[in-house]
Design a protein around this ligand. Structure first.
Ligand code: ADP
Ligand code: ASP
Ligand code: MG
Length: 424
């Protein structure tokens, strides 16, 4: 007997038939004698709809500013998960499974004050542990918690993954199963590259890079938590028949295990390819090349919460002037240009230029630490396809390359095959 946390994403609870199927997955584990907590997302599309309503309200009422109260945003967008937690509890009860729903504030899941992108600080798992011991399934609304201001706080898009891993850590679960619409973590997004292969295991560090660099199969923060708290996390499919052979295998469930790298026997040099759309590039031309110029640019951007990613600096021939190019999410371009404009005298640049609609493709693998030539292979493969590289960044276990948006899919497919990741 074990304690299991099961998380079901939006497409897995998209309608009542799917919720019924989820209930069957839960019942299978309960019937096997396990203690179970379930975390659910909102029905697919629901959170987008709620966010749209929030964003449109100031416009429709003719407000002078497009901004809105982030605490009310959270009160509204958290409601999708409230619905599915209740519906799943009803479905389970109808199958004679003892179950009740829990909202984030009832547990409580305590978060910080960053409404819209809150971090979980603490979870009191005692009441859930007691009830699970008595045979009751806890059906928990994902994505939400309670802020220090005593108001609902949401965890950022995709945040139910983080709810699930955090709850698994809090109740000391033996396993956290993330059920979704794919049957595991693949070498790249299987919706873009049909040749992508499912991984049996992937190391925490690699999954962290994959998620940070655009693979939305898990929220980044959930991987961080799983790594820190050593939560045994599986990504698996909710669409398979809940009672098919092997589905209830405790030690070897179908799917991908996220684990310590020591657990992976055959480590490839490259594990996967990720991509992130909607990157933008900003260039400051003819800056004075003097100490403090980078601080003058990136300090104010950071103070305005603008996330700068790749940075490239060119020096003019005589060394007196420099160009600085960096990337930000497309949605932040206007804000960044405004901030740079406000600091123009202090920074001392001539003109600012920008380009949106770029894509960052990344090659990830722990094996890169001990292999040379991985980057050169990528550059040659992209050159052979006529894809121009606009910027490059590397770390010990990843290479990221910025390219024009229309080449995204070609670049992902090219890199995927040049490292031999295609399935035969
Ligand atoms: P959920 O609603 O269950 O949270 P998400 O849509 O957030 O599901 O995440 C699952 C999706 O992640 C898949 O449908 C797939 O398109 C995408 N994805 C991106 N990269 C990968 C990858 N490397 N492996 C598996 N899925 C990936
Ligand atoms: N429903 C939320 C979202 O769409 C949280 C989640 O699904 O993980 O972002
Ligand atoms: Mg998700």
């Amino acid at each position: 007997m074990a304690r299991i946390v099961m998380k079901f994403g939006g497409t897995s609870v998209a309608d009542l038939d799917r919720i019924k199927n989820v209930a069957r997955h839960v019942k299978r584990e309960v019937d096997a004698g396990h203690e179970v907590a379930v975390v659910v997302s909102a029905m697919s599309g629901k959170t987008n709809e709620l966010v749209g309503w929030v964003q449109n309200t100031p416009k429709v009422v003719g407000a002078s500013s497009p901004f809105y109260d982030a605490r009310e945003y959270d009160a509204i967008v958290a409601s999708g998960e409230q619905v599915t937690s209740g519906l799943l509890a009803i479905a389970l009860q109808a199958m004679d499974v003892n179950a009740r729903s829990w909202q984030g504030w009832q547990i409580p899941i305590r978060t910080d004050n960053a409404h819209g992108a809150a971090r979980i600080l603490e979870i009191d798992g005692s009441e859930m542990i007691k009830r699970m011991g008595e045979g009751q399934v806890a059906v928990i609304a994902g994505f939400q918690g309670l802020g220090p201001d005593n108001r609902i706080a949401t965890l950022g898009r995709g945040g139910s993954d983080t709810s699930a891993v955090a709850i698994a850590a809090a109740v000391k679960a033996d396993r956290c199963d993330i059920y979704t619409d794919v049957d595991g973590v693949y070498t790249t997004d299987p919706r873009i590259v049909p040749q992508a292969r499912r991984l049996k295991k992937i190391a925490f560090e690699e999954m962290l890079e994959m998620a940070s660099l655009g693979a939305k199969v898990l929220q980044v923060r959930s991987v961080e938590l799983a790594m820190v708290h050593k939560v045994r996390t599986f990504v698996r499919s909710s669409f398979e028949d809940p009672d098919a052979p092997g589905m209830g295998d405790f030690l070897n469930p179908p799917g991908t295990l996220i684990c310590d790298e020591e657990e992976i026997v055959e480590q490839e040099v490259v594990t996967g390819i990720a991509y992130a759309k909607d990157e933008a590039q900003i260039s400051l031309r003819r800056l004075a090349d003097r100490p403090g110029v980078s601080a003058a640019i990136f300090g104010p951007l950071a103070e305005n919460h603008i996330n700068v990613d790749m940075i490239v600096q060119n020096i003019s021939e005589d060394g007196s002037k420099t160009d600085m190019t960096f990337t930000v999410p497309s949605g932040d371009v206007d804000k960044a240009i405004k901030v740079l404009g406000e600091h123009k005298d202090k920074i001392g640049y001539d003109v600012v230029q920008n380009e949106s609609g770029l894509v960052k493709v990344s090659v990830i693998g722990i094996g890169m630490r001990s292999h040379a030539g991985v980057a050169a292979t990528a550059f040659k493969a992209l050159a052979d396809k006529g894809i121009n590289i606009k910027a490059i960044t590397t770390s010990e276990i990843k290479i990221s390359i910025l390219i024009d948006g229309p080449y995204a899919e070609l670049a992902v497919r090219t890199l995927h095959s040049c490292y031999g990741l295609d399935k035969n």
